[in-house]
Design a protein around this ligand. Structure first.
Ligand SMILES: *Cc1c(COP(=O)(O)O)cnc(C)c1O
Length: 385
């Protein structure tokens, strides 16, 4: 097989450590749903799902029926899948038939699901997503009572698996006033359920940030995305944790992804020459450059132009000029004997140096999750120890 221009390695031991740490945070009682939307945040559903099943997690959350199918193809039979986002009416029969769970956030959809499940003689597994103030998807409050009645009266065809909502930015402590209000509103729904005499099997509202920093948001299940991959949901949550645990000296989460390529070409550039397109970078001294064979079409964002760096021989090599569609240049004047074919690390460790995903948010406006979730599915992924 002809080779791709880069490759990704996924560390099973880093993932195990992350899950162990998350467990120590949230306790043994709370169930973990692993959020694997966006191709497992770019890590690769095909590789990641079996890896985390090995860590004892068998619940997966995705954003669409397309992604549900990707997980369905590789997960073991004992695993559950829940679709949190778009589910086209044409896919309803497929999800019901395969016992794939899904969010419902409007009353008409609930009626449609009941009708389809009835026609099939089967039971659909529903998570009712209520509006608590995020104002994305979420059932309007005025439709709550009639939705619960519909669920209660059609139990043969509608299984009330979950009552859920999504917190609007628990990663930032300044949002606390909004988040606490959401939790109060959610608890009001739970009270109403008692009166309506119909209970969900599980209650879940927290993603990584809520799960890690707000104990009362954990309920029966948490939906963990970014932190299982070894990234903190944001600096606030990291610093809060470190401040509350002064004995902990080292970041307890480990990045599990390494992204590598190879030097494609080496060249000398004379002082006064420009590098790459336009006038973005002028050599102010005689320089040696390495050409790196990938660019923005491979998920290495253009905002890293003249910014950011890669690792070669364990040392930083800064980007010179614009990141092009499929290549960019780095300065290797300070490195000895760099040759075509030498390993280049874009994300992860090389010798004693490491590029953290979170460092990209310093050179560009990338969020932790944004850079990795854009890594193209075509890059080969390999599981390592
Ligand atoms: C993406 C997502 C999550 C996971 O969020 P992280 O911050 O990555 O843990 C949880 N719930 C919903 C509804 C999501 O869309």
């Amino acid at each position: 097989m002809p080779r791709h221009s880069s490759r990704i390695e996924l560390s099973l031991s880093a993932l195990r450590k992350n899950i162990k740490f998350l467990r120590s945070q949230i306790g043994e009682e709370v169930q973990i749903a692993s959020v694997v939307k966006a191709n497992a945040y770019g890590h690769g559903i095909e590789q990641f799902v079996p890896m985390i099943e090995k860590c004892g997690i068998h619940y997966f959350a995705v954003a669409s029926s397309y992604e549900a199918d990707e997980v369905f193809q590789v997960a073991t039979k004992e695993s559950h899948i829940v679709i949190m986002g778009i589910l086209y009416p044409e896919d309803l029969e497929w999800v019901i038939e395969n016992q794939i769970e899904f969010y419902v956030f409007d009353y008409e959809r609930l009626v449609l699901v009941r009708d389809v499940a009835q026609k099939m003689g089967q039971q659909a597994i529903i998570h009712l997503e209520v509006e608590t103030g995020a104002n994305r998807t979420g059932l309007p409050p005025e439709d709550f009572t009639k939705s619960i009645k519909l669920l209660r009266e059609n139990q043969e065809h509608l299984r009330f698996k979950g009552l859920c909502t999504h917190l609007a930015g628990a990663e930032t402590l300044a949002n606390n006033f909004r988040i606490s209000k959401q939790i109060v509103r959610y608890q009001e729904y739970l009270k109403k359920l008692k009166k309506l005499n119909h209970q969900p099997e599980i209650r879940h509202i927290a993603s990584s940030a809520g799960a890690m920093s707000i104990p009362e948001a954990r309920f029966d299940m948490v939906r963990i995305g970014i932190s299982q991959y070894g990234q903190w949901p944001g600096p606030d949550i990291y610093h809060l944790y470190m401040a509350q645990h002064p004995a902990v000296k080292k970041n307890p989460l480990s990045q599990m992804i390494t992204w590598k390529t190879d030097v494609n070409h080496v060249k000398e550039v004379q002082r006064g020459e420009f590098i790459g397109y336009g006038l973005a970078y002028e050599a102010t001294r005689n320089m040696r450059l390495a050409v790196i064979p990938l660019g923005y079409s491979n998920g290495y964002g253009r905002s890293l132009s003249n910014n950011g760096y890669v690792l070669i021989h364990g040392k930083k090599a800064p980007i010179c000029g614009l990141v092009n569609m499929n290549l960019f240049m780095v300065d290797i004047t300070h490195l000895r004997n760099v040759k075509v074919g030498d390993e280049v690390v874009l994300i992860g460790r090389q010798n004693n140096n490491k590029i953290e995903i979170s460092s990209f948010s310093e050179f560009s406006r990338y969020l932790n999750a944004e850079l990795v979730s854009r890594l193209p599915a075509a890059i080969p992924r390999e599981v390592v120890k």
